[in-house]
Design a protein around this ligand. Structure first.
Ligand code: CA
Length: 246
């Protein structure tokens, strides 16, 4: 039986939204190295922007050449890169009082042929659209998600809760961090979405799913998602990164 060789293509859009004075989200990817990253920074002044862009840059830098060498076992290499990025952000915030307490979420997709791993810290998300069905692959590290999981809060209460911004895991705020890692097999036609909460706060999963199932290039789909989130209010920065297995 012939093996299907998967190729990946990616596109991303980030937008300040309609309310925030600056954009603290960051994204980056290398199709060659099989790594795709979205980060949503937090912290006073420009600290959030520094934390998110530092995280993206460190992870991409540390995994550069991974795809061509192929020696490193990708999920372990990606986890090590995230741990190193955490140390870099934390060390920088310790050196500079203005950056004290800065941090960022991180959601990453790492792919090697048909093998894929999703790595997650915080409440940025990874979804997969397969045969028209949207599935959230990550679990938010947030206070309301924990309350929902132990049955103390319903999903709709969580969406309205004043505590919905509280995340329970972040990159850079502590000297140690552990990402969640989910491994899966990618299939021809799979579409992965990495996004910040500026998208998922504005658009429900069914709306995201129907937009992703629409016609057009992945660049078109990214632009449509961001425009829809802005039309719905655009209260926060919005980032969408799409990866298609073709
Ligand atoms: Ca955000």
């Amino acid at each position: 039986m012939a093996t299907v060789v998967l190729h990946y293509m990616a596109a991303a859009v980030t937008d300040r939204g309609r309310k925030r004075p600056s954009n603290e989200d960051a994204f980056g990817f290398s199709v060659e190295d099989g790594i795709y990253v979205v980060c949503d920074g937090m912290g006073g002044a420009a600290a959030g922007e520094i934390a998110s862009s530092l995280a993206v840059d460190e992870v991409l830098r540390l995994l550069a050449g991974n795809g061509t060498n192929g020696h490193a076992h990708l999920p372990e290499a990606a986890e090590q890169a995230i741990i190193a990025a955490n140390e870099a952000i934390h060390a920088r915030s310790q050196r500079n009082q203005r950056l004290s307490g800065m941090g960022t979420t991180l959601v990453a997709l790492a792919v090697q042929e048909s093998h894929a791993w999703v790595l997650n810290i915080g409440d940025s998300r990874c979804y997969r659209l397969r045969k028209g069905q949207l599935e959230q692959l990550t679990v938010d590290h947030s206070l309301v998600e924990e309350q929902v999981r132990i049955g103390r809060m319903s999903r709709s209460e969580a969406q309205r809760s004043p505590l919905r911004n509280v995340i329970t895991r972040a990159l850079g705020t502590q000297c140690r961090v552990t990402p969640d890692i989910f491994g899966l097999e990618a299939e021809l036609g799979d579409l992965f979405l990495l996004c910040s909460d500026g998208l998922t706060r504005e658009l429900s999963d069914p709306v995201i799913g129907s937009l992703l199932a629409g016609e057009g290039s992945i660049e078109d789909l990214c632009a449509r998602l961001v425009e829809a989130a802005k039309s719905a209010g655009g209260h926060d920065n919005i980032t969408c990164l799409l990866v298609r297995a073709a």
